[in-house]
Design a binder for this molecule. Sequence first.
Ligand SMILES: Cc1cc2nc3c(=O)[nH]c(=O)nc-3n(C[C@H](O)[C@H](O)[C@H](O)COP(=O)(O)OP(=O)(O)OC[C@H]3O[C@@H](n4cnc5c(N)ncnc54)[C@H](O)[C@@H]3O)c2cc1C
Length: 333
Amino acid sequence: MEIQYQVPLKALNTFGIRSVADACVTVKETEELPALSGYTPKYILGGGSNVLLPAHVHGLVIRNELKGIRQTADQDDYVLLEVASGEVWHDFVMFVLSKGWSGVENMALIPGTVGAAPIQNIGAYGVEVKDVIEWVECFEWDSHAIRRLSAPDCRFGYRDSIFKQEYAGKSFITKVCFRLSKKAELNTSYGAIESELAVMGTDHPAPSDVAEAVMRIRRSKLPDPAQIGNAGSFFKNPTIPLAQYETLRETYPDMPSYRVDDSRVKVPAAWLIESCGWKGFREADAGVHQRQSLVLVNYGEANGEQLWALSERIVDSVWEKFQIRPEREVQVW
Ligand SMILES: Cc1cc2nc3c(=O)[nH]c(=O)nc-3n(C[C@H](O)[C@H](O)[C@H](O)COP(=O)(O)OP(=O)(O)OC[C@H]3O[C@@H](n4cnc5c(N)ncnc54)[C@H](O)[C@@H]3O)c2cc1C
């Protein structure tokens, strides 16, 4: 394990932000972690697809290269897989599909590592990773203990978990155990999956067909970080009281919503941001994507401060117009 100094991070974050870390180390074995616990501050970097970096990261950046997939149970209707946290999420999805198992097909092509997936409970096309997680294992920096948190212990919520709350910064996720179904229970009702399957001419889809449909839709809709720097959705969809929504509907009758429960609704942040006129906005190299107003983009040399300032302006304008404050999904270092 070799610590390097003054390490450029531009190629290691999907925003493509020019940033330099004071120090950086790559971890390949869980046993290497105790030796790093004394460093403060320290930052864990997976695929860098959900972070907004400052020009200088003052501290130690720990790159995660823990690898390995192990099958630990094989039952009539499911298997259990223990997956090291540094595995690439999409490669893991492809591995599952190659075996004919299901559960993660709707989350194909989400960038990043397996270890980051539980942190914000990644989700796409009607499925969240919590639906297939048995437990998450992490190394606690303070106690040096390896802890296993069951799915309920992880307190998963919408783009949320204990790892963004009480456990934030306190541990390194080392492994995730997934329960994958041997009997395809497909979820094709969300978004354009059904129509894409029809275009593909697939009447009786297998999990791999659903993944293919999802990948086609994602490629047509989402900006590719290799072409233009971004971190996917910058904001979460805000949840507001039903009463507030009903009042807003009097002024904005076309405001979309999804019921969360009897007293709350979720409002698409994209609609709120677009209604404030931000879609396609650009100032210097920081902007809002032309087709996806949830996605902030770096046209080349935008820095973290500029993207943050733009996000502040967006939040303020949405607050002023709707008295709703969109929360950031991206982790700001
Ligand atoms: C084009 C694009 C599309 C996207 N689409 C989706 C989508 O559909 N759904 C969705 O939910 N998300 C989406 N995202 C967001 C992103 O892919 C996920 O949040 C992903 O899980 C981030 O993984 P990562 O390895 O890149 O994490 P990083 O960006 O490297 O890290 C994110 C945070 O987690 C912490 N962290 C990372 N690994 C560990 C670990 N092992 N232990 C402890 N802490 C850790 C980091 O310190 C950081 O604070 C998208 C992003 C992009 C760029």
